[in-house]
Design a binder for this molecule. Sequence first.
Ligand code: AMP
Length: 191
Amino acid sequence: MLNIVLFGPPGAGKGTQSEKLMAEYQLDHISTGDLFRKHLSEGTELGQKAQEYMDEGFLVPDEVVIGMVEDKIQSEPNSNGFIFDGFPRTVKQAEALDRLLNANNTPICCMIALEVPFEELKKRLLERGKISGRADDQSEDKINNRIQVYLDETLPVSEFYKTQSKFNGVNGVGTIDTIFEKICAVIESFK
Ligand code: AMP
């Protein structure tokens, strides 16, 4: 099994690169942001719980996210592996993911961190907001808040993977294909 954490701030290109990785390595994609948006659109209880956090760009509580990811992993018993996109976003989530995967003897192979300057991220998110209609992409204040939450709560997750020698920074500025090639080179080096 090939389990990969695709890490990076909002707007770094995780969703775009995940699509390509799924096709290249026949992996299942677990994007917690997409899963929450699906719950929201279906009006589930979980979606209602998540909405107020998402609209303002705050993190949904760990126990809600971890339970949702656990259900998703268990729903794919024949998977070749997972790309985790937008998860883990806190050290607690990273620890929980390790526990879940170690129980199945299928640890994370590597963590790939897409690195993009903050000014470029803001530009990308405002552009995306015009098309996606996502509430959290609509104002500079909300975008700044998400970047601040990333710096305060999510960036420490990279230290967690550094101590396991699984952290790999990749420059997330360039064409989609050149970034993808660099990501694949990292994955190949861990296979
Ligand atoms: P994303 O699509 O990954 O940018 O996620 C959109 C929003 O969903 C985030 O701003 C959070 O409110 C929520 N969210 C997604 N993934 C997580 C996570 N792993 N932990 C907590 N909240 C999350």
